[in-house]
Ligand binder design. Structure first.
Ligand code: HEM
Length: 365
């Protein structure tokens, strides 16, 4: 697609698909023409930061940055390690296990829930509501898709009601968590409304969950797919952060991000009209040979590595340092504890059925 149709209007989806690194980076740096705003009253995250344009986006980002300073994120290390320890305890004596099910899936949810401020006693119902939002349809049939939408809207409703109650509690009894910071935070006399705090908390859950699951799984897959990579990592675990960056490029957890055209604009001879929808294929940009040498090879020593896996510009992923930290801690522990780990069945690796995300259904080792 990059060579033959770098910009393509898809008649089925009615969306412009954009594939080249250079074009995508220009678009991400131009929020005036390429808007992130989209509204859906059933989805509380549709008026959260990821779907805002300037100047409201800037105000909101300044507020929420206060809950995500590098120092705060680093301070979560012992907590993440404790969660990893708990999950690994369950597999210590097993000779075979699934990386996705046992660790890559449960870890990010437990971590983000406790960082937001969900009490441990509520974790089970909280997990259930979150799963109803993120699980996706059973198959592509109309019934499954409708059933999934219904379940998802109900999950949003349950989570919103739940957050309303705990926001009330935290207002009178603030604790050391993101909800308490967001309730207290004030910038240029602008405070967040309860609705905004709820939308943001649900966004953190959704944006931070499956993406980090995929990052952990994809990186482990890159290690085990080629034993020479795994051997290098075992000999030098300091390479793990570089391996995570290369996985973000080579097997990007998020493949595409949306924008809406605000003013008519011409790109590579194609006219995009105000109101048109655009899909920016960052997974494709990350394999663009005009940007990366040997783009289709996994290179542990790639420098520089200016991938777009976390986006670019004003909406650059807020949770990037958290997901890097989580992935680094869990992968370091897995490599240390299971140095003889191997893929159970190289031929049976099944990717997720998702056009927008890249991950694996399971990774049996
Ligand atoms: C934004 C990817 C983990 C929270 C984004 C964007 C991408 C992305 C591509 C830009 C979206 C756009 O421009 O429209 C990823 C990947 C992750 C990850 C690949 C893991 C490997 C997380 C985590 C959190 C998080 C752990 C929360 C704790 C957010 C938020 C935004 C965002 C709040 C919106 C920022 C803004 O609009 O200013 N992420 N994300 N993400 N991400 Fe992540």
């Amino acid at each position: 697609m990059r060579a033959e149709s770098p910009i393509l209007y898809d008649e089925n989806t009615k969306i412009w698909d954009i594939f080249l690194y250079e074009d995508i980076i220009q678009i991400l740096k131009n929020p005036k023409v390429f808007s992130s705003e989209r509204r859906n009253n059933n989805i509380p995250t549709s008026n959260s930061i990821i779907a805002m344009d300037p100047p409201r986006h800037k105000q909101m980002r300044t507020l929420v940055n206060k809950a995500f300073t590098p120092r705060t994120i680093q301070s979560w290390t012992p907590h993440i390690q404790a969660n990893i320890e708990q999950l690994l305890k369950k597999i210590n004596d097993k000779s075979e296990f699934d990386i996705v099910k046992t660790i890559a899936f449960p870890l990010p949810l437990t971590v983000i829930a406790s960082i937001i401020g969900v009490p441990y006693s509520d974790m089970d119902k909280f997990r259930e509501w979150t799963l109803s939002i993120v699980s996706g349809p059973k198959d592509n049939s109309k019934e499954s898709i409708e059933e999934n939408t219904k379940r998802m809207y109900q999950g949003f409703k349950d989570l919103s009601n739940y957050f309303s109650q705990i926001i009330e509690k935290k207002r009178s009894h603030p604790q050391d968590d993101i909800l308490s910071v967001l309730i207290a935070v004030e910038e240029d006399s602008v405070k967040l409304s309860d609705k905004e705090i709820i939308g943001f908390s649900i966004l953190l859950l959704i944006a931070g969950h499956e993406t980090t699951t995929n990052l952990i799984t994809n990186t482990m897959y890159c290690f085990l797919e080629d034993q020479s990579v795994f051997n290098q990592i075992k000999q030098n675990p300091d390479l793990i952060p570089k391996a995570i960056e290369e996985t973000l490029r080579y097997r990007s957890p998020v493949h595409a991000i949306p924008r809406i055209v605000k003013e008519d604009i011409v790109i590579r001879g194609q006219t995009l009209r105000a109101g048109d929808e655009v899909a920016l294929w960052i997974g494709s940009a990350n394999r663009d040979k005009n940007q990366f040498d040997q783009a289709d090879e996994f290179n542990l020593h790639r420098t520089p590595n200016s991938h777009l896996a976390f986006g670019s510009g004003i909406h650059f992923c807020l949770g990037a340092p958290l997901s890097r930290l989580e992935a680094n801690l869990v992968l370091s522990e897995l490599v240390k504890r299971f140095p003889t780990m191997q893929l159970k069945d190289k031929m049976n690796i099944e990717p997720l059925q998702s056009p927008l995300m890249y991950g694996l259904k399971s990774l049996q080792v």
